[in-house]
Design a protein around this ligand. Structure first.
Ligand SMILES: [Fe+2]
Length: 186
């Protein structure tokens, strides 16, 4: 996955080139996780912009100077905010908002679906506590007023699934071509 010098998204590709082999969770690295999430989105008929959001939702982890140390120390790396702000250089809210809300969506699902957290990975359960735990009913109702919240919930479910030891995914090149096609005109 050599970044193309001509790509308008070269800066994003450089991040994956530099940090994409970092282990994301139990069995996948950042690139595999990104491609698996995008593939689940595509398989479920998501729009191109939501597939791109799924692909890029964790770029903030790779921007954080030491996400693993933050986790070990019990600190929230606020990767969803870092990532959404970074991606806003190229994409509109249809991409950035589901990214910005995907951590809140986990807290939301823990409130609305009491059995949801049984399926979370060990790391997701650990970060849930750091991120504030399950939402209250009032917080969940407020979450449902935010633009693109249903897309954030969909993204969250793909995020939880995208940790497969072995899975055929869309190619990096196809994924980045789709991302380029979703760049907002400036
Ligand atoms: Fe993720």
């Amino acid at each position: 996955m050599k970044p193309s010098a001509a790509s308008p998204l070269r800066e994003i590709e450089n991040l994956f080139e530099a940090h994409g082999s970092l282990i994301y969770g139990e069995s996948v690295n950042q690139i595999q996780h990104a491609l698996q999430c995008a593939t689940f989105a595509q398989q479920q008929g998501a729009s191109d912009s939501l597939i791109v959001a799924a692909l890029l939702h964790d770029v903030g982890h790779m921007m954080h100077r030491d996400a693993a140390a933050a986790l070990a120390a019990g600190n929230d790396d606020v990767h969803e905010k870092l990532g959404a702000k970074f991606l806003a250089q190229w994409f509109g809210p249809e991409v950035t908002q589901p990214v910005a809300l995907h951590v809140q969506a986990k807290r939301y699902l823990c409130c609305r679906e009491p059995l949801y957290n049984l399926h979370l990975s060990a790391i997701s359960r650990k970060t849930l506590a750091i991120q504030g735990g399950a939402m209250t009913i009032e917080q969940a109702e407020a979450f449902e007023t935010q633009p693109h919240w249903p897309e954030a919930v969909l993204l969250r479910r793909w995020d939880d699934l995208g940790k497969q030891e072995s899975m055929e995914t869309i190619s990096w090149q196809d994924a980045m071509s789709m991302a380029v096609s979703c760049v907002s005109p400036t």
